[in-house]
Ligand binder design. Sequence first.
Ligand code: NAD
Length: 307
Amino acid sequence: MKIYIAGAGAMGCRFGVQLSEAGNDVTLLDNWEAHIDAIKKDGLKVVGDEEKTVHLPIMKPTEAEGEGDLIILFTKAMQLRQMLQDIKPIVGSKTRVFCLLNGLGHEDVMKEYIPATNILMGVTVWTASLKEPGVVLMQGKGAINLQAIDASQEASGREVTDILNGAGLNATYDMDVIPSIWRKACVNGTMNSGCALLDCTIGELFASESGLKVVREIIHEFVSVGLAEGVTLDEDDITNYVMEISVKAAPHYPSMHQDLVKNHRLTEIDYLNGAVSEKAKRLGISTPYCQMMTQLIHTKEDIFGIK
Ligand code: NAD
């Protein structure tokens, strides 16, 4: 199976390694020169549960040749459009293009570039991080839920599920994946933005009574907007899910904290709380907490001079 990983940062590298070790023909596509150079020169170094070096082809998306059977998108949300534009030549009539980015609204962007019959949407709780260019930290286990957005493509979506499972990626074909995407967005929309703004761990945010009040208000706004859009969401279930994760991940700083506070990189806020507050405006729903979190994160980006 010819697989391209479009966006070979932390998650793209993890998936690339696992899929390649399962015998697939994997090529990494990325635009970060230092990362490309490091992997070309010394291979991709894996640290964490296992230590090894994996040799995978890596190139810029515009340099790729030959249609893929599967393209897995793992850019940050704000890089998605450019990546979809750049991979056009390697998307053939049978290429499945699978979006695993966190956040909301990606399906609409995908449809602007890719026929609906080729699109798979999904969500994952696998994790990874980059220690430096060419070095990926892979720890723990995860899971994936996915669905072909065109019902006629279920068999194709199930075939991709089998390929992912062949690589130990613990995938489930889901007959309605959208609620799971919203649920994960709600996890990110509470702890990522909260910890990035307050410069604290997940445990510290959730141990505060005031912090918990903010978390609950954000969940309520996500659920109100999701329900108004026809997504099946249950506020108690989502609250319990967010609370469970907050306990397991208590000592950690979430990725938005690392992006914004530690590395001074742009955040995905516009695709989390920002997406909810934009949808809410169109629906005539009030979402003051999501709107404020979005504005404050952008303020912090401005303070750090991040463009
Ligand atoms: P990432 O930041 O590691 O990689 C995304 C892109 O940014 C890649 O093109 C990468 O090369 C580039 N990049 C990374 N560090 C850079 C640097 N210092 N300078 C310049 N370019 C750099 O992103 P990720 O963590 O792999 O996430 C990809 C998507 O998956 C996002 O939507 C994210 O929310 C989602 N996601 C991440 C995790 C996780 O544990 N990391 C888990 C689930 C979902």
